[in-house]
Design a protein around this ligand. Sequence first.
Ligand code: FAD
Length: 357
Amino acid sequence: METSYETIIIGGGVVGSSIAYHLSERYKEGLLVIDKKFPMSGTSGSTQAWVWVHSKTPAWYAEFSMYSAELYPYLAKKIGDVEYKRTGGLSPFFREQEREKAKRLAEEYGKIGIQIDVLSREEVLAKEPFFNPRVAGATFSLLDGNVNPFRLIDMYMRTAKKNGVHYSTYNRVTDIRRRNDMFIVVSEKGTYASKRLILAAGPWSRELGKLIGINIPINQVRGQILVTEPLKPFLRYTISGLRQANNGEVLIGYSMEQAGFDRSTTLDVIQETANLAIHYVPALKKAKIVRAFSGIRAMPEDGLPILGKVPGIDNLYVAATHSGVTLSPLIGTLLAELLLDGETSLPIERYSLSRFA
Ligand SMILES: Cc1cc2nc3c(=O)[nH]c(=O)nc-3n(C[C@H](O)[C@H](O)[C@H](O)COP(=O)(O)OP(=O)(O)OC[C@H]3O[C@@H](n4cnc5c(N)ncnc54)[C@H](O)[C@@H]3O)c2cc1C
């Protein structure tokens, strides 16, 4: 016996839950989110959670990220406080030769209306007095910030549920079949039929795609993060490398390793990350490290989001990306538009899965 839904979303991380919430604002048909564990158990619960715009390439991808960052204050009004802070973002450089590259970045971004300032050493230290005085400069943008990813997903889920969305957790999808125009989703807890299916499985996207015979070229890239004890607020900005959370903890690191789905933390990377922290902010030498965690990035083969309709299979959609925290309000908005209106208010064709064909 199957339970029927209009739409099923597989994956309840920040991407799947954002789509569920945004759809549920306008869509009162049956909507089910299935997750093999719990919605924060994947990448979305093991992230730095910068809402990061500046220094992304190509510039049109930064522009896309900017629209998402712009949605955050509005999102918070609708679903509640997600501890989003638009702190401004600093990307430091330590060699004077890098200033030319920073200026080129600022020039290129200026053409699409994103203002980036190239700061001198003195300007960096005026903004962030605890930064290493050996810094040569930094690029700076007012658009960057960070968010509490746990609150974000929790609020997406709570609001989606209030709007009638069903969640089925600890329920792995093991097979997906087609019967006439329907998707038959086989899971550990039962079989479901739906007209529309959205694949939002983050780093597991490739495996999930295989169940329905499509290639979603997402690789796994491990990242390890160090967390300090709560310190009194002393870092003002989101720095590409570390940030101070609302509770005072400093989250440090952006390592990248090929380790498949292995979520171990390792001493070599932890040491490198600790060195990075002290190099950037020497005062952190005295901070107590309370934990380290690692997460598995969902990394598309070309680094850019994979979004929208799956070519060749009607009513099948995919949303898989790195920087999913930054992009989640926009991805949810656009996927809801695509499903309900048949078109999106911003073009997403360049993010289509078809580019890998
Ligand atoms: C160390 C690190 C730092 C990062 N820093 C940032 C940052 O600063 N800013 C930023 O924007 N992004 C950052 N990211 C990336 C960001 O966290 C991810 O892009 C985002 O969390 C992806 O969300 P998701 O919902 O696609 O994936 P996930 O959160 O992984 O959710 C996918 C869900 O699918 C479920 N699932 C998978 N297979 C199945 C199945 N067969 N059946 C049922 N359920 C299934 C999983 O259980 C999981 O809950 C970082 C990532 C890492 C690892």
